[in-house]
Design a protein around this ligand. Sequence first.
Ligand code: ADP
Ligand code: MG
Ligand code: MG
Length: 889
Amino acid sequence: MTKFVYDFAEGDKDQKDLLGGKGANLAEMTNLGLPVPPGFTITTEACRAYLAGGHEPEGMAGEVTEHLTALEKTMGKQLGQADDPLLVSVRSGAKFSMPGMMETVLNVGLNDQSVHGLAHQAGDDRFAWDSYRRLVQMFGATVLGIEAEHFAEALDEAKRAKGTKNDLDLDASDLAKLVETFKGVVREHADRDFPQDPREQMDLAVRAVFDSWNSARAAIYRRQERIPADLGTAVSVCSMVFGNLGMDSGTGVAFTRDPASGARGVYGDYLQNAQGEDVVAGIRNTMALTELERIDRSSYDELMSIMATLEHHYRDLCDIEFTIERGKLWMLQTRVGKRTAAAAFTVAIQLVDEGLIDMDEALRRVTGAQLANLMFPRFDRDAAKELLTTGMNASPGAASGTAVFDSPTAVRRAKAGDKVILVRRETTPDDLDGMIAAQGVLTSRGGRTSHAAVVARGMGKTAVCGAEELEVDVRAKRLTLPDGREVVEGDLLSIDGTNGEVYLGEVPVVASPVMSYFSDGFGAPEDDDLVAAVDRIMRHADDGRRLRVRVNADTGEDCATARTFGAEGVGLCRTEHMFLGERRSLVEALVLAETREEREESLAALLPLQIEDFTAIFRAMAGLPVTIRLLDPPLHEFLPDYTDLSVEVAVARERGEVTQEQEDLLVAVRRLHEQNPMLGLRGVRLGIAVPGLFAMQVRAITRAAATLVAEGVEVRPEIMVPLVGTVQELQAVAAEIAQVVAEPESQVGGEPVHHQIGTMIELPRAALVAAQIAEVAQFFSFGTNDLTQTTWGFSRDDVESSFFSNYLDSGIFGVSPFESLDTEGVGELVEIASWRGREVRHDLKLGICGEHGGDPDSVHFFHRAGLDYVSCSPFRIPVARLEAGRAPL
Ligand code: ADP
Ligand code: MG
Ligand code: MG
């Protein structure tokens, strides 16, 4: 029979699938002998069964009873027992941490009787009533689905009646009254009484946690973080410990090192006389964890020692939640902590230097996405700017935009194309879509561990938190500074998440240090820990990777840039860009040519220009392979738009001013007009239809190469024929190439210049008949953009703006197949073609030149598929190198 419930002592940290992250790590800490309040975890499997069937799975209730009874025995008291109640928290915990996205209910087991028992046992009436009012409030909001506002208003009213703003000023009798009011709120809005039966409270809370997996905000978060929607959450039932038992009690959160920079030290927030959520919600201002040393030396020392134990055990930066109950420390949660991109690199290297992990592990712990993040620009230090205030540097980056004060407005304005900065006193999980829409987030309350900070870091979004000088008035859509300055909705703001500074207006940006490191050709870093860490990890990635990384570049200049970024050749040089601009008229003449002479004249005019193009590229890439794709797009792309021209000619005719040239052009444009140009006269089809075109390009390539070789430059041209569907096409072009290569100007010392002939694989048919094609082709380059279009049968230009967002929202696509390779479909074709091609030609060179060459997941796939290289745009090269190094691990 399936086991649905595990005691904390039964699990370990590797059981996140089953016990959720929280449950697995509570188990791990329990088994490490750390002070964890006893409890048990109901599995994600139970949750999945519940969500699928609409009720708890058979056997679960019995197991819960068994574990509860055992817990009661350990604790020496029963759940909700009138004279001395056992209280528990019912906590959500999914495999991947989803901070604040799902529900937790504290103090379960309190009722009208046991509240007195608790008061008596603790010798503290106020504490007991405070705990009870929290239970009714949390239970009402999360389990019974009552608007949290109703409770918040009643609480505000109680404080107002007392003439205070601080909930600590409410005494036992105020809180007892508040409990009555809260129970009235429950009756009014949930149509039932607050349940007095402790077990019913617990069972309903468990069910509410299960249900919270499918809450709207959890679903949004999962989509953003690409977390699968069908995992479900585990539920941990944990005996309560109390941070609200007076000033010698409290609750806190901490990181074992700075999650923003990776620096070692004591990072955390602590709040005296408080329970659970109070710290994270930023409700009261917290104190820095370092102050705990002064308040409670022995708990502080124990905490430091536990944190050291955890770092050594997890061999990584951890974050923790803890509570101190009358001087006794309890651990309530730990996990490998979320961190910024910069901290990911610096922490990994620190851990290597501390001997906790090796370089392979360090490389595993950073990602291409994080590296890309570090290459973003920063604010220009030297630019004139008006500092408004400084807050906590919660999540790095440089963001500018118009200030907005609520999430719906952020979403609306972002949809309209505005860049916005979301300004809040503090954020809640309801602000999630606003945070996603914004360039950055600014809050006036809460620290480095507040909701805004944690979520922003997870999303890689810039955030400044706890800018306490700011008076944020969300209703009036305005923030005010002590000196009277004001920012209203629509004003421009800039926030620097790296140092916490907030500026008025838009501040110009400059290259980041990591970007400078790459563009300077990996200058040896000296005083910058981050750049030094990136440097060491990049070198390790380069040492270990099999995949070469080439660039998609069309000019000598781009090639030179790419070389400094580490490009090992050109994987795709598109020649169509060379046919634009002032050369367009030459192309037009070529298309309109009616006789062979006319055609050859325009080709002859294009030849020297193309020679120049290729010379520049070969020179920049001396010693490295350069793959040049012969002209690919349909010719009409170089001519005027059919509709525009028809109108122009019609008007001219009307006026009797039409010229023969205009008429001829219209005829040609009409002749070349296609319904589906993507599937039309393009690629190799064009080369065959327009005699001399490909020959001219090949002539330019080989003559440029011959001249450079004569100068002593090493040149390695690879001539690539696009859109081949059958080997006969390639044979026809290869014959044409052979003739050109035999021309004296294409040779050096009576020998043809060294070159290769290959093809793109971008049609499913080509992938399937790869064995035949490989008889002629010396290399394949997978054009995964077109291959994705032709495999799926949709046109990228059309579908991305029409139904894709719908597909992504409804989960039909986890991610766009143009962004990350569809490994099951398109990837299968890549593997088939590689396999069949290499059977015929064992040294067949294989590469990929679609956008996917710079996508981390896709790079890992290409490694597994046995490709020789990936090719991507110049700025993606470092990312591709890093991921190519991670792929074999
Ligand atoms: P989240 O996943 O949102 O952090 P948690 O389940 O960790 O939710 O709980 C919310 C808050 O309540 C945390 O601050 C946690 O430390 C606190 N908490 C949870 N269980 C207990 C308990 N048994 N005793 C005291 N505090 C608890
Ligand atoms: Mg927690
Ligand atoms: Mg293509």
